[in-house]
Ligand binder design. Structure first.
Ligand SMILES: [Zn+2]
Length: 326
C-alpha cells in the first residue's frame, strides 16, 4: 500500500512539474504587437521648464525572478522597490506614488482570512524602509505643499496618502470611481482606509485628445511638457503612466504596475500567473504592455521605470534618495 502511495505521489509531482513547464512555455511567447502609431514626438525637453527627478524609496523586497514576469527570465532574484518618483518643479513638488500606509496591518485586520493573507503575501510583505513623509522629507520635500499622482489605487502605491493628509491628489475619474467603489467593502484591490484618504483633496485628472509619443491622449500637469500623464488602463481601470522630462538626454517613463520588469517590455511578455491575478483586465493589461513596448522600440532613450523594478531605478538614479537634473 505504502509503495503504491509513493508511486502516486511521484506521478502527481511529475504532472505538476509538466504543467508548470507547459505554462512557462506557453507564456514565454511575446504578446501581439500594438497597431502602428504615428509617433507624436513632443517638443525638445530643452524648451521645457528645468526639473529635477528623485527616487524616494519607501519599501524593499526580494522575490524569485520567475514571479516578476511570464516566460523564462534569466533573473534569479527580483529586487523590488516601493518608491515615489519625486519631481521638483519650479511651480511645486510632485510625487508619483507614495508607497503603503504605516497603518496597513490595522487597516486590513477586519478582512477575511484569505483576503488578509493575500494582502500580507503581496503588498504587505514589502519591508518599509521609510514612511512616505520620512522618505519625502529626506529629499527636502514639504509634504504640506505637495501634489500626488498615483499610478493606481493598490495599497503599495496609494496607501501612503493616509500618512500625507495635506497633499493634494490627482487621479483619473476611472480610478477614482474604482477606489470609491471599494470604500465600503474588503477588496484586495483597494483598502477602504486608502479610498477614504482621497476624500476632500482629490481632483480628476483630465486627459486632452492630444497625442503624446505613442499615446492618443495626454495630461500635461504643469502645462510645459515636463510631466505628462498618459492612460495605461488594464492593471486597474484607471492606471496611468507618467513621463518626466529632465533634459534631452534624461527622460523617464514611470509605468506603474503595467509591467514588473523592463525585461517584460523588451521581450513583450505578459505577467506571471501570480502577478497577472492582480490585473483587472488581462486583455487590457496585455494591450498596455504592447503599447509600452512600441514606445520603447521607437524611443529607446526613454528610461522605462516599472514601479517595482529596483534595478531600473538604480540605473537611472544610482541609488535611493538620489536625484538627477539641474
Ligand atoms: Zn498594483
Amino acid at each position: 500500500m505504502k509503495r503504491l502511495g509513493n508511486h502516486r505521489k511521484k506521478i502527481t509531482v511529475a504532472l505538476l512539474l509538466l504543467l508548470a513547464a507547459l505554462v512557462l512555455f506557453v507564456r514565454d511567447r511575446p504578446i501581439a504587437r500594438a497597431a502602428p502609431h504615428a509617433l507624436a514626438v513632443p517638443p525638445a525637453p530643452a524648451t521645457v521648464s528645468p526639473v529635477r527627478a528623485c527616487w524616494a524609496e519607501m519599501g524593499r523586497n526580494e522575490a524569485f525572478g520567475q514571479v516578476a514576469t511570464a516566460g523564462v527570465t534569466h533573473l534569479s532574484t527580483w529586487e523590488v522597490t516601493v518608491a515615489g518618483l519625486v519631481v521638483r518643479h519650479p511651480k511645486g513638488d510632485l510625487v508619483v506614488d507614495v508607497g503603503n500606509s504605516s497603518a496597513f496591518a490595522k487597516e486590513i485586520a477586519e478582512y477575511t482570512y484569505l483576503e488578509r493573507k493575500w494582502l500580507e503575501l503581496l503588498p504587505g510583505s514589502n519591508r518599509i524602509v521609510a514612511t512616505a513623509p520620512e522618505a519625502l522629507r529626506a529629499l527636502g520635500v514639504r509634504t504640506d505643499a505637495l501634489t500626488v499622482v498615483v499610478s493606481h489605487a493598490h495599497a503599495d502605491h496609494m496607501g501612503g496618502l493616509v500618512d500625507l493628509p495635506e497633499a493634494r491628489v490627482l487621479m483619473p475619474e476611472e480610478e477614482l470611481a474604482f477606489s470609491r467603489g471599494h470604500a465600503g467593502d474588503h477588496s484586495v484591490h483597494v483598502v477602504p482606509a486608502h479610498a477614504r484618504a482621497l476624500d476632500g483633496r482629490t481632483s480628476a485628472l483630465v486627459f486632452a485628445p492630444r497625442p503624446y509619443e505613442t499615446f492618443d491622449e495626454s495630461a500635461d500637469i504643469f502645462g510645459d511638457g515636463s510631466v505628462v500623464v498618459v492612460k495605461l488602463f488594464g492593471h486597474t481601470p484607471g492606471s496611468v503612466g507618467v513621463f518626466v522630462n529632465v533634459s534631452p538626454a534624461v527622460r523617464m517613463f514611470h509605468v506603474g504596475d503595467a509591467v514588473n520588469l523592463v525585461e517584460a517590455v523588451e521581450r513583450r511578455l505578459t505577467k506571471s500567473v501570480v502577478m497577472a491575478s492582480t490585473d483587472v483586465s488581462h486583455a487590457g493589461a496585455d494591450a498596455t504592455v504592447a503599447r509600452i513596448a512600441q514606445l520603447h522600440e521607437a524611443e529607446p532613450g526613454i528610461a522605462i521605470l516599472p514601479a517595482h523594478d529596483r534595478a531600473a531605478w538604480a540605473r537611472v538614479f544610482g541609488g535611493p534618495g538620489r536625484c538627477v537634473g539641474p
